[in-house]
Design a protein around this ligand. Structure first.
Ligand SMILES: Cc1cc2nc3c(=O)[nH]c(=O)nc-3n(C[C@H](O)[C@H](O)[C@H](O)COP(=O)(O)O)c2cc1C
Length: 169
């Protein structure tokens, strides 16, 4: 699958089948994360993979009641050490790094026939407690991972004319 096909076909999946994710498919997804570029190639992130149904159930509440979190057989939490500070441009390094890593994860998941839904709505403290994330780390993004249980139409996007300008803002 080429990258553009993956970018066109990927959807945010909010309904999952209970079918297990094959370990080799999960490995491809994690390998995609490992290959992601990070500032200064530091790779100061940690991926927590959850498959224990008891922990998945606890995560529903921590993800503000998004019940599909426990439908999917896998949950991925992407954590970063907060010591990264800002890059020269003033933007926090760990947030940028983890956003790229999560993008690799969701696109490779799609290539493997798996669904994801990037979640930003979760309680930082509760997710950290459930997953035993140390104080010095932060959970930057999370997603369920599993087989989609429904076909999802493509969401509308703005036109290039609205999003792009040339030579100045
Ligand atoms: C940073 C970020 C946070 C998001 N948080 C949530 C969330 O908490 N819950 C949810 O259902 N979808 C969440 N989404 C999914 C977006 O709503 C979705 O990507 C957007 O509507 C476009 O739909 P698509 O992904 O199917 O193309 C999030 C997406 C991003 C990129």
């Amino acid at each position: 699958m080429d990258v553009m096909t993956a970018m066109k076909g990927r959807r945010s999946v909010r309904s999952y089948s209970s079918k297990e994710v094959e370990p080799e498919k999960l490995k491809y997804v994690l390998e995609a994360a490992r290959l992601a570029p990070t500032a200064r190639n530091l790779q100061t992130f940690k991926i927590v993979v959850v498959t224990d149904p008891k922990i998945l159930d606890q995560l529903v509440e921590a993800c503000n009641g998004q019940s599909f979190v426990a439908e999917a057989p896998v949950f991925i939490a992407l954590c970063a050490l907060q010591d990264g500070g800002n890059m020269g441009c003033g933007i926090p390094r760990h947030v940028t790094d983890c956003s790229i890593v999560m993008t690799h994860i969701i696109l490779e998941a799609y290539e493997q026939g798996l669904g994801t839904c990037w979640l930003g709505s979760y309680n930082q403290g509760r997710v950290k407690k459930i997953l035993k994330v140390p104080d010095e780390a932060v959970v930057v993004a999370v997603t369920p991972l599993g087989y989609p249980a429904e076909e999802i139409p493509q969401r509308k996007r703005k036109s290039l004319e609205e999003l792009v300008s040339y030579q100045s803002f």
